[in-house]
Design a protein around this ligand. Structure first.
Ligand code: UDP
Length: 380
């Protein structure tokens, strides 16, 4: 019997995303593999999503990233409109065997409230949950609603109420791990890269200061709030500072950005992003939050670039210290570790990614979780 899954990607970005987009990148990686395994996928996203699927549900023509309020879980008109359409579709048809939801607490609460006639829901947690215990406080929906984490450390830190509904964790894979040959090894340059949205938790301020103090070239890539290009941020003027990530950038990061040793290049996408990471001596993650899943960490390994990071969140699960990267609990050591990373083998990083983080493996693990959720089995 063919399994039909409604994959709820949410209204924020198209799938695959135009550039930045961790959750959307993961969905874009997972869905083709699921379909290869015979799963029918109905994608709830935005109309501009180009990912091949069996059917689509969309309210918005395009990604509504500009309307996103952090944390993801805040109820706003955009998420309500999107979720209403998903709920309407679920009421109107009876061929959906399972909802695989990625839209954080808002999505889960809405789906849980649908009552016993709705299909079972597997909700993938993408956030650092210890910081937001209130969000998942009321998990109505009983046995029909299950959650999975994206790392063991994320689940271990999750509120008890959530862990009681957990069916385990599945490490992320990304489009960059789809085909290792697509990315033949490229020559290493002399730069270090931090890839990710500019945010205090991701620690770009610390990375930029270390680059200036230790003397390595650093490229910061990623959006600052809703601004993807330096010229867009400059044009936005003072009003942009209402966004906390914009304030963080101006106050904490920009003082170290000199356009030479430390550069902010905005959001990079596609080949440009891949080459930037693949040619870096190291990817730096000076984290100040408990990184839940680390898409960009897995991507770096896939591209043969060792990872230097604070040992927070899922990093110790993903990185073999001394083999595929260097981790420390003392952020003052990061500068020295960046220099030491030159001794690590790019080929070993690629091997590790090809062994542990393939899209096929991620899809297989999800199919097993789908079976367990449908059978009402909770414990891993
Ligand atoms: N990304 C990108 N271009 C950028 C910055 C980020 O394509 O300039 C992608 C990156 O490759 C990764 C995702 O956005 O797939 C970020 O996901 P991650 O889980 O690392 O960060 P978070 O979801 O916490 O923002």
């Amino acid at each position: 019997m063919t399994l039909t899954v409604l994959m709820n990607a949410g209204p924020w970005l198209s799938v695959p995303p135009p550039g930045y987009g961790g959750i959307e990148n993961v969905i874009a990686t997972l869905v083709p593999e699921l379909r290869r395994l015979g799963v029918r996928v109905v994608l709830a996203s935005v109309e501009s999503s180009t990912l091949p699927v069996d059917e689509r549900i969309a309210v918005f023509p395009d990604g509504q990233f500009h309307a996103l309020q952090r944390p993801y879980n805040q109820v706003c008109g955009v998420s309500q409109a999107h979720l209403s359409e998903v709920v309407r579709a679920l009421h109107a048809r009876d061929d959906i065997d399972l909802v695989h939801d990625h839209v954080e607490a808002v999505g889960l609460a809405t789906l849980a409230a649908m009552g016993p006639d709705a299909p079972p829901v597997l909700h993938t947690l993408h956030w650092d949950l210890a910081k937001h215990p209130e969000l998942y406080g009321n998990l109505d929906g009983g046995d029909r609603v299950r959650v999975n984490g994206v790392s063991a450390s994320q689940l271990a830190r999750a509120p008890e109420a959530l862990r009681a509904h957990s069916v385990g964790h599945v490490h992320l894979s990304t489009p960059l791990a789809v085909d290792a040959d697509r990315h033949a090894p490229v020559a290493k340059g002399d730069h270090v890269v931090i890839l990710g949205r500019i945010n205090p938790g991701k620690g770009q301020d610390l990375g930029a200061r270390l680059a200036q103090e230790t003397g390595f070239r650093l490229v910061l890539a990623g959006p600052v709030g809703p601004y993807h290009r330096p010229e867009d941020l400059a044009a936005a003027g003072d009003e942009a500072r209402q966004n906390p990530d914009v304030r963080f950038f101006y106050d904490q990061v920009a003082p170290y950005v000199d356009g030479d040793r430390v550069r902010w290049v905005g959001t990079v996408a596609g080949r440009e992003r891949d080459d930037l990471v693949a040619s870096a001596r190291a990817s730096l993650f000076p984290l100040r939050w408990e990184e839940p899943g680390g898409t960009a960490v897995v991507e770096s390994l896939s591209l043969g670039t060792p990872v230097v990071a604070t040992a927070r969140g899922c990093l110790p699960e993903l990185i073999g210290h001394g083999r595929t990267g260097l981790l420390t609990e003392d952020e003052r050591e990061l500068g020295d570790l960046v220099l030491a990373a030159a001794g690590l083998e790019p080929a070993e990083c690629r091997r590790e990614a090809a062994r542990r983080f393939t899209p096929a493996r991620m899809a297989q693990q999800y199919v097993e979780l789908y079976d367990r959720v449908r059978a009402g089995v909770t414990k891993p």
